[in-house]
Design a protein around this ligand. Structure first.
Ligand code: ACO
Length: 330
């Protein structure tokens, strides 16, 4: 069995910064409310005309440069997103084109906020089974164009941002490895956090009535999501630590999906993790769904928070519900 190393990281966010005060001019909210409930101070949103594929390609190029890998050497691309530029195909093939990759496998993963964790597990399985040697994994998201910016949508609108993060994962004889992954789902809670429309259940996929009912915007039962998120984050971390025979004290870093600072703090408290063991950048970017973990990982590396051999957990929970974790020896 060969090992699997993350050999390069990258990220990209659009230039446009939207502060809490900016949002307070669009809807009935305040900097205090948003900070206290979520820890978010600002987020980046695309400007009109910008696309998700641009964010994804920029993050991917940074990761390829960091890895010192030429696009010709990539033999698979995995793209985690809930917000592809077109209804179909997904952004995976757009990346294949934009980066000038060969006629390789391009796979989109849509497990929402858990998309990057599922994608790392998938890349690792393809490499360990010998079906791929070098995989580009990208989490990319444009949420801003889906949000309801009226008072009615303020619970969701203040939380989300746009961005992309990427890693290059490669077979290695060295020590680095994706040691194990835990992946879960519970579809009974589909409508607790979802964007129902456009839908193939409607001829034409969307109509004026649906739009008047605002069913084309994302909706969430915030309190239910909060409760499940804290429980499932904790379970997923426990599961990969137990499977790997690793004690929580041995973890250099936990990189949680940046859903909400209060969720992260509740998990850290439950696990009695030291502040330096938990990475957070939600104050700058908000919740960028499938992009949040690879953006955080790229920043953690650049801040010197990880050195080779360190143990780390990536952990996520999101719409579906889906949740999971990867235990990684960096
Ligand atoms: N600004 C000001 N007031 C607001 C806003 C806002 N943006 N949004 C809601 N409110 C109001 C509500 O209307 C309500 O007013 P009322 O008391 O007059 O009815 C009041 O604030 C309290 O609303 P609650 O929904 O009860 O607020 P809560 O304390 O639960 O906080 C929040 C809401 C932040 C969404 C919380 O439920 C939460 O953190 N949930 C977790 C969900 C989450 O983080 N999701 C991220 C996406 S999912 C994921 O990535 C895993």
């Amino acid at each position: 069995m060969r090992n699997v190393a993350i050999i390069g990281t990258g990220f990209h966010v659009p230039e446009r910064v939207v502060t809490n005060d900016d949002l307070a001019k669009m809807m009935d909210t305040s900097d205090d409310w948003i900070r206290e409930r979520s820890g978010i101070r600002e987020r980046h949103w695309i400007a009109p005309g910008q696309t998700g594929r641009e964010l994804a390609a920029a993050a991917a190029r940074m990761a390829l440069d960091d890895a010192g890998v030429e696009p010709d050497n990539i033999d698979m691309v995995i793209c985690a997103t809930v917000s592809s530029d077109c209804a179909f195909p997904g952004n995976g093939v757009l990346l294949q084109q934009d980066l000038g990759l060969g006629l390789i496998a391009a796979l989109d993963v849509r497990t929402q906020c858990t998309g990057f964790v599922y994608s790392v597990a998938t890349a690792s399985a393809f490499i360990k089974s010998g079906q791929a040697d070098t995989v580009l994994v990208v989490g990319t998201e444009v949420q801003s164009t889906a949000l309801d910016l009226s008072d009615e949508g303020r619970d969701m609108a203040v939380l989300f941002g746009d961005g992309a993060g990427a890693v290059v994962i490669q077979a290695t004889d060295g020590e680095s490895d994706v040691l194990n992954s835990a992946l879960h789902s519970q579809g009974e809670y589909c409508d607790a956090l979802w964007c129902e429309m456009p839908s193939c259940n409607i001829t034409g996929r969307i109509d004026a009535e649906v739009m008047a009912q605002k069913r084309h915007h994302p909706h969430m039962n915030g309190r239910l999501v909060f409760k499940h998120a804290v429980r499932r984050f904790s379970e997923a971390i426990n599961e990969v630590l137990t499977a790997g025979g690793v004690a929580k004290e041995d973890l250099t870093l936990v990189i949680p999906h940046q859903a909400n600072l209060r969720i992260t703090e509740a998990v850290a408290k439950r696990f009695e993790l030291a502040p330096e063991q938990v990475f957070s950048n939600i104050h700058k970017y908000g919740n960028t769904t499938a992009a949040s973990i690879p953006i955080a990982l790229a920043e953690a590396v650049r801040e010197g928070r990880l050195k080779r051999g360190d143990l780390m957990v990536l952990v996520a929970f999101g719409s579906g519900f889906t949740w999971g974790a990867n235990l990684i020896r960096w």
